[in-house]
Design a protein around this ligand. Structure first.
Ligand SMILES: C[S@@+](CC[C@H](N)C(=O)[O-])C[C@H]1O[C@@H](n2cnc3c(N)ncnc32)[C@H](O)[C@@H]1O
Length: 230
């Protein structure tokens, strides 16, 4: 983890960065990733997530992927809000996933895996979901950490193809602006708006709300995604 100090509520430090705007190399990095096929091998554990997900989600009319779900609280909330929607929550941290305990829901599947491997496996098998949620991804705010942010990661083209609608929430406006610019490379329009988390759905959302951080929500426009056919 880089900027977020922990999961305790109310005393979280704001993101500090040596960037004062979108990273000057962002466009080149994203364009390069778009041009070159990502040939990173997929770990069998990440590939198996797709098989499990296809079987799990088949009875449902709608699907969502909560990537980097942490404890899985948001996965369960998203599932509870719409019983017709199957929600996949993936996090690499066994520790975080174990915190919520066993709250089985018929439409929520929580799995420990690497999201980048899951996106690659989804792309290679042509599997998509209706909605992708990226709730408070690690910001990696130092300029030299650019490639660790999801939008500058080699897996970004596969991430883009994985869903019809993408929603990102963050407490660092530059992260949202860069994500928007990176989606722009794929011809996808978004809105970025201040977000008031009146009813937080995840531990980080609650922590940032209680610490009075300004929050931002980016949403892609569905029509744009289908128009570009990515
Ligand atoms: C800042 S926390 C946010 C957690 C949760 N979404 C929330 O809002 O409370 C970022 C989460 O992303 C997870 N993460 C980071 N990189 C990941 C990866 N490649 N695959 C799966 N999970 C990842 C971390 O383990 C961590 O739980």
């Amino acid at each position: 983890m880089s900027a977020p100090a922990g999961d305790a509520c109310g005393n979280s430090r704001s993101v500090t960065s040596n960037q004062d705007g979108v990273h000057p190399r962002l466009f080149d990095v994203v364009s390069r990733h778009r041009r070159h096929q990502d040939r990173t091998p997929i770990h069998p554990r990440d590939a198996a997530v797709v098989d499990q997900w296809l079987q799990f989600s088949s009875p449902f009319s709608a699907t969502a992927f909560d990537a980097g779900c942490g404890t899985g609280e948001s996965t369960l909330q998203l599932a509870q809000r719409r019983p017709d929607r199957a929600v996949l929550g993936v996090d690499q941290s066994a520790h975080r996933l174990s915190r919520i305990g066993r709250h089985a829901m018929r439409n929520a599947l929580l799995i420990r895996a690497d999201c980048s491997g899951v996106w690659r496996a989804m792309e290679r098998r042509d599997v998509t979901v209706d909605e992708l949620y990226l709730l408070y991804p690690n910001p990696w705010p130092k300029a030299h950490h650019l490639l660790r942010r999801w939008h500058a990661h080699p897996v970004f083209p596969a991430l883009v193809k994985s869903a019809r609608v993408i929603e990102l929430r963050t407490n660092w406006l530059i992260y949202a602006e860069e994500f928007a610019a990176a989606l722009g490379v794929f011809g996808i329009d978004v809105t970025v708006e201040p977000y008031l988390a009146q009813e937080p759905i995840s531990p980080f959302e609650r922590k940032y709300r209680d610490s009075h951080h300004p929050l931002w929500r980016l949403k892609s426009k569905e029509a744009a995604l289908s128009r570009t056919g990515v």
